[in-house]
Write a protein that binds this ligand. Structure first.
Ligand code: TRP
Length: 317
């Protein structure tokens, strides 16, 4: 089998550096979540998805399995299927036989994982045209290899939209209309509000995988951006902020220390935080309202019987 051609728009280390410097200079300090997903981070995240405490992945998979045929009936077959954050490519496999897309465009920031999972999909579904795109999908994408007249379905799994601030989430959805076109659709997964204990546990697993994943962002600074930083000087913290409706992920400084990046020194007192990610949770109606304000209607939503997780079909209004 010949190798697939990868469309490579991975952000340059210069642009990652700019984001990191701006984040460390901010109060409180922040780091961009896309830094999580280097090769090791992508592997750690795969392990998170299998943790007993991390309910989102297995619940989402069960919903997709159960409703794949109805999803295909509603979205139509023979489309161009684009996936934002395709990761290991597990979820899309539940849809492919039902959707029978003409073309599959997995988009991910982790190049190694993307290449491997796209190759594997291309081998296992020999009738499918696969065009992997390595990119930060928050930036405008150039996808001129997709014929204009092809009907588009954008799949955005993993409740990743919850990692945006609500106002950003709305703007991001608005922009996605450029990808779906007027006739296309968006299939998007959203983790639901629920018992805070259940949410807290999902981000504080007993095996410490989530902690390792969160701390890996500091290894990334060391290895890819040549920073002077001691990952052991930090600990993982995650909690559900009920008022804001979000999980907050932090790295807490265990002692006074400095991080040096690109010749600039950043000081952290003991107990000070670097905020690495938020994960917003929505009620079904709350999310439908957000989607409406972004210019979509929501003809269908699927949830599990415990109301842990939701998958929404959205169409441009
Ligand atoms: N998108 C995932 C989520 O919000 C990412 C995630 C899971 C994560 N566990 C984490 C991010 C721990 C940082 C730390 O559920």
């Amino acid at each position: 089998m010949s190798e697939l051609r990868l469309h490579d728009y991975h952000p340059s280390s210069a642009s990652l550096m700019q984001e990191v410097l701006a984040g460390l200079a901010a109060t409180p300090k922040v780091l961009p979540p896309k830094l999580f997903y280097d090769h090791r981070g992508a592997q750690l995240f795969e392990r998170i998805c299998e943790l007993p405490e991390y309910y989102p992945t297995r619940t989402e998979i069960a919903i997709l399995e159960r409703h794949a045929e109805e999803i295909a009936d509603l979205t139509g077959r023979g489309a161009c299927l684009l996936e934002l954050g395709s990761g290991a490519g597990v979820k899309v496999r539940l849809l492919l036989e039902h959707l029978r897309p003409k073309m599959y465009v997995p988009i991910d920031i982790s190049r190694t994982q993307l290449r491997a999972s796209a190759e594997a999909v291309a081998q296992d579904y020999d009738w499918l045209e696969v065009h992997p795109v390595c990119a930060d999908y928050c930036r405008p994408l150039r996808l001129d290899f997709i014929p204009d007249d092809t009907h588009r379905l954008v799949f955005f799994p993993g409740s990743t939209l919850g990692n945006f601030e609500p106002a950003e989430a709305r703007a991001f959805l608005e922009n996605l209309r450029g990808l779906t076109g007027d006739e296309g659709a968006l299939l998007i997964s959203i983790d639901l509000k629920k018992d805070p204990k259940r949410i807290d546990d999902a981000y504080n697993d007993s095996a410490g995988v989530t902690a390792a994943f969160n701390l890996n962002i500091l290894n990334r600074l060391q290895c890819d951006l040549d920073a002077e930083v001691d990952p052991d000087g930090f600990r993982h913290q995650a909690f559900y902020n009920r008022r804001a409706g979000r999980v907050e992920m932090h790295l807490i400084s265990r002692r006074p220390q400095t991080i040096v990046v690109d010749g600039r020194t950043f000081h952290l007192d003991e107990g000070k935080t670097i905020h690495t990610e938020n994960s917003y949770k929505y009620d079904v109606e709350e999310f439908q309202d957000l989607a409406r304000r972004a210019g979509y209607r929501s003809p269908r939503v699927w949830t599990d019987s415990d109301a842990l997780f939701s998958v929404h079909l959205l169409r441009p209004a």
